[in-house]
Design a protein around this ligand. Structure first.
Ligand code: TPP
Ligand code: MG
Length: 660
């Protein structure tokens, strides 16, 4: 049984810290922390398996605050339960530069914050990946090493966002029974009561998706307690819809949208102090209450000690530690070297999506942490290797995930898999549908999650499916995203090199843009060095002093080399630079960049996409052969000819400038 008086005082400590921190910052969201304080107190004092002394203990329960605007709830919990980094000064510095208490939770800033949230729906969808990673690792390493729950606090907004539908459906299908949502069912959002815009029965909705779902009074700790206890026994993921009052305790603003996202004001806060019987001044927690919280924070220590003992005895300890450290298998370098040698010898004319499959054929057996999947385009993305086993409901021993037609859910789940630790996710769809995944990709870039996106059908070169499926602006859009790395390899050898760079990148996400159509090999001599590592390199030198440099990426490298030959026939000497990663190249030191750009007077870039971004290499006066509009539906050679992306067009443009 819960000691109600003690519980209430502990919950009120959260409410006080939240309203006072928001007041001091004069910005933030007091309503959610005040409404969900009871639920959070029950979870953190009775159920959550965690130890503030070791925020990264691998088998801790994960707690995701999906409704990131309620960040003061999380910061209060971290402070009260005794995370060393979360001092009372950090609470006072809420939303200030360089504080550990930014406006929305950032896992790369604050120990104890599991993932970065704020865009509604992201936390919900990320948590599905965390819960799936937990089950997959338990299947591989045993429940002695991995066995924890994933708790999510979500709001009305989280559940209204479309991505929640993808996430909820996937979790229900996969029967992720250790995933538990605590839904802040307060019926209020920014514009006012939810009745303005929504009438979904969330409990019925979750049940329809294969969840266990129930309603409780979120202000009644006994009901919350009983519901969580039930959820722990469930064979399905569980939604606990907690009816709460937003801004609980605030005399006039409680239960209204006025409590959502602004400082309550001195009068309202004075009234709340009275209602909550909380006479302490701001940021002062009575010693007995703080002590009760710190005791609650020590609950997990014996569990962690027991785990440490079990882990020490595990025969798989070294492998698990390697995984968590994101150290790649020692033999991976050799695997890639052998593959590159073979590709140089074989000189296959294949699509880079097919080359990617050849990479996976040799990398998958060497890299047990690799978890590959596709959003229902497995045969088109070439992502499934011969022996790959599916992840199935209740059976998590496989490493291939059929995400369904859920690009956004896939990308967010991959964030969760990556941040959980122990597994390396790579997921696929068509490049054009990065638009459907972009909000989760942005979180990966911001938070530095090593997620790999296998994005095939990378240009008009996909042909007959037409302009709805032909990316035109996507490369530019992805390159514009800070910390996102985009590779567009030109042939099989470059595909291997770009894959290797993607796997080596453990602090950020990588897009591999791959063709549907076959490409002739452009890299025909062996080079032990990874030439793609600097983003660009000379792939075909000029016969003598170059008058022109042709920069190209992916499928257009072959075309550029053909143009180089045409120009030679016209006595114009040109060199070709392959640019597998424009933004990686632009990150190189100036001298290195200058050396590769060279000083041939004419610069031309060719890429079957928009020009945006290329001026950084070719300058505003540079020539560009590419797309200015959406594409067209036809066999791909006809589409290339129609849009004038041909060796002849490249050669003509250079000859004209040269002779003009
Ligand atoms: C994707 C996205 N859209 C919009 C917002 C801005 N926003 C923050 S909270 C919120 C809705 C608030 O309603 P609810 O989720 O129920 O939270 P509560 O007010 O109950 O705390 C909105 C629209 C956001 N954070 N993310
Ligand atoms: Mg709400």
């Amino acid at each position: 049984m819960i000691d109600l008086a003690k519980h209430t005082r502990m919950a009120n400590a959260i409410r006080a810290l939240a309203m006072d921190a928001v007041e001091r910052a004069n910005s933030g969201h007091p309503g959610l922390p005040m409404g969900m304080a009871d639920v959070a107190t029950v979870l953190f004092t009775k159920y959550l398996k965690f130890d503030p002394a070791d925020p990264t203990w691998p088998d801790r329960d994960r707690f995701v605050l999906s409704a990131g605007h309620g960040s003061m709830l999380l910061y209060s919990l971290l402070y009260l339960s005794g995370y060393q980094a979360m001092t009372i000064d950090e609470i006072k510095n809420f939303r200030k530069l360089h504080s550990k208490t930014p406006g929305h939770p950032e896992n790369f800033v604050t120990p104890g914050v599991e993932t970065t949230t704020g865009p509604l729906g992201q936390g919900v969808a990320t948590s599905v990946g965390m819960a799936l990673a937990e089950r997959m690792l338990a299947a591989e390493f045993g429940e002695d090493v991995v066995s924890h729950h994933t708790f999510v606090l979500c709001s009305d907004g989280d559940l209204m966002e479309g991505v929640s539908q993808e996430a909820v459906a996937l979790a229900g299908h996969l029967r992720l029974n250790k995933l538990i949502f605590l839904f802040d069912n307060n019926g209020i959002s920014i514009d006012g009561p939810l009745t303005l815009s929504d009438s979904v029965d969330q409990v019925a909705r979750f049940k329809a998706a294969g969840w266990n779902a129930t309603n409780v009074d979120g202000q009644d700790p006994q009901q919350v307690d009983a519901a969580i206890a039930d959820a722990l026994q469930s064979e399905r993921p569980t939604l606990i819809a907690c009816k709460t009052t937003i801004g609980f305790g605030a005399p006039t603003k409680a239960g209204t949208s006025k409590a959502h996202g602004e400082a309550l004001g001195a009068n309202e806060i004075a009234g709340a102090r009275k209602n909550l019987e909380w006479p302490s001044p701001p940021f002062e927690i009575p010693a007995d209450i703080l002590s009760d919280w710190r005791e609650a924070g020590k609950r997990g220590r014996p569990q962690r000690d027991a785990w440490t003992k079990r882990f020490a005895a595990s025969p798989k300890k070294a492998e698990f530690e390697r995984r968590l450290a994101r150290k790649r298998p020692a033999e991976l370098g050799k695997v890639f070297a052998a593959l590159k040698d073979k590709l140089v010898a074989d000189k296959p004319t294949i699509a880079t999506r097919k080359a990617s499959e050849l990479v996976l054929d040799v990398v998958v057996p060497a890299m047990p942490e690799l978890v590959i999947g596709s959003a229902d385009l497995t045969p088109s993305n070439n992502t499934k290797t011969k022996d790959a086993l599916d992840v199935r409901p209740g059976m998590y021993g496989g490493h291939y995930i059929h995400y369904g037609i859920r690009e956004h859910g896939m990308a967010a789940a991959m964030n969760g898999i990556a941040i959980h630790g122990g597994l390396q996710p790579a997921g696929a769809t068509f490049l054009v549908f990065t638009d459907y995944a972009r909000p989760a990709m942005r979180i990966a870039a911001l938070a530095g999650f090593p997620v790999i996106y296998i994005m095939t059908h990378d240009s008009i070169g996909l042909g007959e499916d037409g302009p709805t499926h032909q990316p035109v602006e996507h490369l530019a859009a992805l390159r514009a995203m800070p910390h996102m790395r985009v590779f567009r390899p030109a042939d099989a050898v470059e595909t291997a090199e770009c894959w290797q760079l993607a796997l080596d990148r453990i602090n950020g996400p990588t897009v591999l843009a791959l063709t549907r159509q076959n490409l002739a090999p452009s890299r025909t001599t062996s080079s032990p060095a990874n030439l793609c590592a600097t983003g660009a390199y000379e792939i075909s030198p000029a016969a003598d002093k170059a008058s022109a440099t042709i920069f190209a990426s992916g499928s257009e490298v072959e075309l550029a080399i053909k143009a180089q030959a045409l120009l030679k026939d016209r006595n114009i000497s040109a060199r070709v630079v392959s640019v597998p990663s424009l933004e990686l190249f632009l990150e190189q030191p100036e001298e290195a960049r200058k050396a590769i750009i060279g000083n041939a007077p004419i610069k031309l870039a060719v890429e079957a996409a928009v020009r945006f971004g290329w001026d950084a290499i070719i300058g505003p006066d540079g020539l560009f052969v590419g797309m200015k509009s959406f594409g067209a539906s036809a066999p791909y050679k006809d589409v290339y000819a129609y849009f004038g992306i041909t060796p002849e067009a490249v050669a003509d443009a250079i000859a004209k400038r040269h002779n003009g």
